[in-house]
Design a protein around this ligand. Structure first.
Ligand SMILES: [Zn+2]
Length: 116
C-alpha cells in the first residue's frame, strides 16, 4: 500500500517535470526570509481544496504569478484607456508628478497606477 502511494507520487512528479520541460520552464532562484517561507507554506496548505494535497511551493507561486499577471493586464488596459481625471494625461507619459502629493492625480507617486 505504502509502495503504491510512493509510486503514484513518483509518477506524478515525473509527469510534472515533463509538463514543465514541454512548456520551456526556467528555474528561478528566490531568496525568502524565514517569515515569508512560513507564510508561503501556510498558504500552500490553506489554499488547497479540502482533502487534496497541499500546493507545492512551485505550484502556488505559479498560481500567484498568473493571477497577478491577469490583474495587471486589466489595470494596464484601464490606465492606458482612461486619462487621469486630474491632469488629463495618459499612461505611461503621465504628468511627471506635477501634482505630487495630490491623491486625485494617479501619477502623484512614481509608478502608482500599476503598483501591486
Ligand atoms: Zn494626473
Amino acid at each position: 500500500m505504502m509502495d503504491d502511494k510512493k509510486e503514484a507520487a513518483r509518477l506524478r512528479k515525473a509527469a510534472e517535470r515533463e509538463r514543465k520541460k514541454a512548456l520551456g520552464s526556467v528555474e528561478v532562484r528566490v531568496v525568502l526570509s524565514q517569515k515569508e517561507v512560513e507564510r508561503l507554506d501556510e498558504i500552500c496548505q490553506g489554499r488547497a481544496r479540502l482533502g487534496a494535497e497541499p500546493y507545492s511551493r512551485d505550484e502556488l507561486i505559479t498560481v500567484l504569478i498568473n493571477k497577478d499577471y491577469d490583474r495587471y493586464q486589466v489595470q494596464l488596459a484601464k490606465v492606458q484607456k482612461t486619462p487621469c481625471p486630474k491632469c488629463k494625461k495618459s499612461w505611461p507619459e503621465g504628468c511627471e508628478r506635477f501634482f505630487a502629493g495630490d491623491s486625485k492625480c494617479r501619477f502623484h507617486y512614481v509608478g502608482y497606477p500599476l503598483a501591486p
